[in-house]
Design a protein around this ligand. Structure first.
Ligand SMILES: Cc1cc2nc3c(=O)[nH]c(=O)nc-3n(C[C@H](O)[C@H](O)[C@H](O)COP(=O)(O)OP(=O)(O)OC[C@H]3O[C@@H](n4cnc5c(N)ncnc54)[C@H](O)[C@@H]3O)c2cc1C
Length: 462
């Protein structure tokens, strides 16, 4: 709990109107997309920072007084990564939302942490360039939050995740020190890659105050191929056979029957609701390659018993199909008071076992699950509609989730591909990560943040 003297001091470190302390205001920053525990995750204060120097001043003070500091972008993560485990200051970056530099020749963008991903993508595209990482909610999530979660998305299959687009970072450490990590060049072999340590660290090692990002040339054109199947196994065969045909699509996304039905009800766009599975495959490249790629994909999917295949080349139709896929979380949310989205990855050869296993586990516990995923990566998102306040349902959900993780690990996968650990998966990390590696992670944490003020209670317990 912050004392009045702490709040008074904080109001001298930043413009005083940027420090919020009323109960109503603090409630607004107590939640993320996990929809959990509003009361127990209330911050003591919310500070809107406007410059690197302000972040440094707040951190220096917080460190001296051992006050937790929790960075917050758009608050859309799915794992409780930006909620307060035990009070403290929420640092809000929505006023540090400027693009500082755009260099189309070098193909780089320099951005403050509060810039929305969609704005980065739009700016890049204005010069025929491309920033590929695309979490489904890229129109609202920030670059700071995406770096801290190492966000992926549908395009990760071909283009990688956020970690692959970081050229350098400016980071404020727990004691207020500013460090520059990375040379800003496309390649950099000088010393340890500390910027990669910050990526995915969920705000527990340092605070990103500026990021220089790599862009790539935008593919000339793209097409979307939508294929329906009468079984999940056929859909997975389709994924593997098109890859054996040496097609390298930008995305291979998946929706199961429940998702198809639920999305079609929420956002009617003509999905075939009598199918068991849908694959959403985007191919991109030169126009001259489109027919060849399309023919190979069609041949592979036909061989895998696709019940229907359609090719979309009209940009509005492509956009509408992606809107449908990306609406799956919101659509599932309409089914019950709450919705939780999980994130599991297995080697692609185990995908059918994982998807069918998740369905069986959710059925066993009477949970309504809509399963979507970036299946080119072997990554699935079981989205479960439930009432978190219903004790029985909540217990069933925890049991189901534990069994899904056990299955993922048994199949040679892991318990998060792109959403991170936060508070939601903290109790599973000991069973997931090599014990000695976990010990090293804890040593690194304490080296960066000896007082454990940066987003405490996330990723692992100290
Ligand atoms: C509908 C929906 C769909 C999604 N789809 C995907 C998907 O396909 N792929 C995917 O990977 N994710 C997905 N996500 C998760 C989410 O998009 C990412 O985790 C997101 O990029 C987080 O950005 P944010 O701005 O909301 O960060 P927040 O939720 O505010 O914060 C996330 C983490 O970053 C830390 N943080 C924030 N800013 C900073 C900073 N400046 N310095 C250091 N740490 C910081 C926070 O403390 C927290 O630990 C989805 C979420 C939703 C709601």
């Amino acid at each position: 709990m912050l004392l009045k003297s702490n709040v008074d001091k904080l109001k001298t470190l930043v413009p005083k109107d940027n420090v919020l302390t009323s109960l109503e205001e603090r409630y607004c920053y107590a939640e993320d997309s996990t929809n959990r525990n509003l009361e127990s995750s209330l911050p003591d204060a919310v500070i809107f920072v406007e410059s690197i120097e302000e972040v440094q001043r707040v951190l220096k003070y917080a460190n001296a007084h051992k006050i937790p500091v929790i960075s917050r972008g758009a608050g859309t993560n799915m794992v409780g990564a930006c909620v307060c485990s035990n009070g403290g200051i929420v640092l809000n970056f929505s006023k540090m939302n400027k693009i500082l530099d755009f260099n189309p020749v070098n193909m780089t963008i320099k951005a403050q942490p509060g810039v929305i991903l969609g704005d980065i993508k739009k700016l890049a595209e204005s010069k025929n360039l491309f920033y590929p990482p695309d979490p489904s909610n890229y129109k609202v999530s920030t670059i700071g939050g995406s770096i801290a979660q190492s966000s992926g998305g549908a395009m990760s299959f071909k283009y990688g995740t956020t970690k692959d687009y970081i050229l350098s970072l400016k980071v404020v450490l727990a004691d207020g020190t500013l460090v520059v990590l990375g040379a800003g060049t496309v390649k950099d072999a000088v010393g340890y890659h500390l910027n990669q340590l910050i990526v995915g660290s969920e705000g527990t090692l340092g605070i990103v105050v500026e990021a220089e990002l790599k862009l790539i040339p935008k593919p000339e054109t793209s097409r979307v191929i939508v294929a329906y199947f009468n079984s999940i196994d056929d859909a997975v065969v389709g994924v593997n056979s098109l890859l054996s045909a040496h097609v390298f699509p930008a995305t291979i996304d998946f929706m199961d029957k429940n998702s198809i039905i639920t999305v079609e009800e929420f956002y009617p766009c003509g999905l075939k609701t009598d199918s068991e599975a849908l694959l959403l495959i985007e191919i991109d490249g030169f126009e001259s390659s489109m027919d060849v790629q399309t023919a190979l994909v069609k041949e592979s999917l036909t061989g895998a018993n696709a019940s229907s295949i359609s090719i979309l080349s009209n940009q509005n139709k492509i956009e509408s199909m992606w809107t449908a896929r990306r609406a799956s979380f919101a659509a599932t949310a309409k089914l019950a008071p709450d919705v939780v989205s999980d994130d599991i990855i297995v080697p692609r050869c185990k995908l059918a076992e994982m998807v069918n296993g998740c369905k069986n586990i959710c059925d066993k516990y009477n949970l309504k699950a809509c399963i979507v995923g970036h299946v080119g990566d072997g990554n699935i998102h079981p989205q479960i509609a439930l009432n978190l306040d219903d004790e029985n349902e909540f217990r069933n959900y925890i049991n189901a989730k534990t069994q899904m993780y056990e299955l993922a690990l048994a199949l040679g996968g892991t318990i998060s591909a792109e959403h991170g650990v936060g508070t939601e998966k903290i109790s599973y990390i000991e069973h997931t990560v090599d014990k000695k590696a976990l010990d090293y992670m804890k040593k690194i944490k304490l080296l960066f943040d000896p007082n454990n003020i940066l987003n405490p209670g996330k990723v692992f317990k100290i």
